[in-house]
Design a protein around this ligand. Structure first.
Ligand code: SF4
Length: 356
């Protein structure tokens, strides 16, 4: 791993180093009894750990469990994933969002087949080179599956460590993440590395939780946490505000002809690239404008409004059910059963689809 002992960690003092070492030892002990019984913690298979780590990014543990079991049932190995059609992978991912992650999983599986003879690479640098895998995921797979001393530093770990060290560095900066990774690399034990990684994650998820409400009274680090001692817990971590999301208005159509519904594929670039969607157009259209868009209309009615929030943008949508007498050529027309079975419809459109 690149984050090694040669790395400059002048951002931290000798006392910081000693405290971090103490923290990892205490967490390791605590984790033995406090760990949650999660399906991906019952295996050392790097493939399963990889799938769970990608699913867990931005999604709640409870929601991931079902996806995890379903995905591994259909695609139990790297070869199955590499050979699966993109539609199959996206369908298994449907509802998790961030569909580029699912596509990258498939690409990385193909890389493992072509560059590593189908065997999951066993070191940080090789794992880091796989499609869609960054420092955090490479660190977590290397430590959990192969017991390598490779920290995995995400927002949870940064929050815990900022508080423990009473560190007011801005955790949204890459430098802060790099410094923290270097610090942890220096004191990571040579054994039980996977448990150390997971104990930090577990404390961040269950005890040292965000938004100024950590459960310090239950925390195994109460005696050594500097923020607790200094009374600065609620000021940490320091995070610069993200730019405000832009809003886009859209009119969406649940377009039906007989037993079939219209879908179309989004372009290969940008938000939800290459995904299937309900027909829609930019802006909120009046009923008169909508009437001019379609011919042979048997029914046109508004069925709802909905706001969908993506990372950097939000869609404010109004949806109309339009029943027409003749299919329009610009769309793919499928029955409800086929759409359910084969097409992954992004969460942004699902509230309208559910009203069909
Ligand atoms: S004592 Fe409180 S602030 Fe410090 S690590 Fe534990 S939960 Fe977080």
């Amino acid at each position: 791993m690149k984050q090694t002992k040669e790395k400059d960690i002048t951002a931290y003092s000798k006392e910081d180093l000693e405290l971090t070492e103490e923290v990892l030892q205490k967490l390791l002990l605590w984790y033995q009894s406090a760990r949650r019984d999660l399906p991906w913690r019952k295996t050392k298979d790097p493939y399963c750990i990889w799938i769970s780590e990608i699913m867990l990014q931005q999604t709640r543990v409870e929601a991931v469990k079902e996806y995890y079991h379903r995905f591994l049932k259909v695609l139990p190995t790297v070869s199955h994933l590499a050979e699966a059609s993109e539609e199959t992978v996206l369908k298994l991912w449907e509802g998790l969002g961030y569909y580029s992650r699912a596509r990258n999983l498939k690409k990385a599986a193909q890389q493992i087949i072509s560059e590593h003879n189908g065997e999951f690479p066993r070191n940080f640098d090789a794992i880091r080179k796989l499609s869609g895998i960054g420092d955090y995921t490479a660190g977590s797979i290397s430590s959990i599956a192969f017991d390598l001393p490779t920290p995995a530093v995400d927002g949870n770990v940064l929050r815990v460590m900022s508080r423990v060290l009473n560190d007011f560095s801005d955790i949204t900066l890459t430098k802060t993440k790099k410094d923290m990774t270097a610090l942890l690399s220096l004191v990571y034990p040579q054994k039980q590395c996977g448990d150390v990684t997971q104990s930090l994650m577990e404390l961040g998820a269950m005890v040292c939780i965000p938004n100024g409400q950590p459960k310090c009274e239950e925390c195994p680090l109460t005696d050594c946490c500097r923020a607790k001692q200094e009374g600065t817990v609620e000021q940490l971590p320091v995070k610069t505000e993200k730019a405000k999301r832009k809003t886009q208005k859209k009119t969406v159509f649940l377009l039906q002809c007989g037993e079939e519904y219209a879908l179309r594929k989004r372009t290969e670039k940008g938000l939800l690239s290459g995904m299937w969607e309900l027909p829609n157009c930019e802006g909120i259209f009046t009923e008169k404008q909508i009437a001019s868009l379609f011919s042979n209309v048997l029914l046109a009615e508004k069925i709802g409004s909905y706001r969908h929030i993506f990372t950097h943008i939000e869609w404010e949508m109004e949806c109309y059910r339009i029943i027409i007498a003749e299919k329009l050529p610009d769309y793919v027309w499928e029955t409800e059963a086929t759409i359910k079975e084969k097409y992954a419809l992004p969460a942004a459109f699902r509230p309208f689809w559910e009203k069909r």
